[in-house]
Design a protein around this ligand. Structure first.
Ligand SMILES: Nc1nc2c(ncn2[C@@H]2O[C@H](COP(=O)(O)OP(=O)(O)OP(=O)(O)O)[C@@H](O)[C@H]2O)c(=O)[nH]1
Length: 199
């Protein structure tokens, strides 16, 4: 168990949801504890952060995709091969909440049915402008069978918790995680080659 394979576990996470809901700020808050200067995401980049699960390090590769419609094809092309998704809406924007069902369809279509997803209702610091009740978020997450948090990237509320829960679910439920560029089975010891394509 303490072999080197378990020191090289990597999980690919993808941020998704409408434009302007706060995906980039959530990643920054989680990986740097600071907000970036505002710049709507125009391409794709990823950040990394290592979490500990039962003393095992799991390196998260967090891909921040653009929510704007004109980047949709590019954004969803990064869904394939992801182990988990952070699906974000803005509690002050009901359209972004309604569109989560479209993002969920894309996730299932591109990444498969058994991929792990956490739903975030972001900007919960803006209570005065709230358009989506917490109950609606909870109900939707219950229907999907996924965890739900209301978050604030601005005030760093529930961000750490959400990523930790997603990481633990991936670690516990998935039979495989990426190890550098190779895939290994977590539950069975590796037998021969470290490269799937060589088998
Ligand atoms: N009040 C408040 N504002 C936030 C929060 N998170 C993000 N914002 C603001 O919302 C705006 C959009 O944030 P981004 O992180 O760029 O949104 P995005 O979802 O990455 O947008 P795209 O890159 O276009 O997909 C910025 O002005 C942020 O400062 C939050 O938790 N609270």
């Amino acid at each position: 168990m303490a072999g080197s394979v378990y020191n090289n576990l990597v999980a690919k996470l993808v941020m998704t949801g409408d434009s302007n809901v706060g995906k980039t700020c959530i990643v920054s808050s989680y990986t740097e504890n600071s907000l970036p200067s505002y710049l709507s995401t125009v391409g794709i980049d990823f950040k990394t952060k290592t979490v500990l699960i039962d003393e095992t390090p799991l390196k998260l590769q967090i891909w921040d995709t653009a929510g704007q419609e004109r980047f949709h094809t590019l954004s969803v092309s990064y869904f394939r091969g992801a182990h988990g998704f952070v699906l974000v809406y803005d509690i002050t924007n009901s359209v972004s909440f309604e569109n989560t069902s479209l993002w969920m369809k894309d996730i299932k279509m591109k990444a498969g049915e058994d991929v792990e997803v956490v739903l975030l209702g972001n900007k919960c610091d803006r209570e005065d402008e709230r358009e989506v009740s917490k109950e609606r978020g909870e109900k939707l997450a219950w229907e999907y069978g996924i965890p739900f948090f209301e978050t604030s990237a601005k005030e760093n509320i529930n961000i750490e918790k959400a990523f930790q829960m997603l990481s633990e679910t991936i670690y516990a439920r998935r039979s495989s995680v990426l190890v550098t560029q190779n895939v290994v089975n977590l539950r069975e010891p590796r037998k021969t080659s470290s490269c799937m394509s060589c088998r």
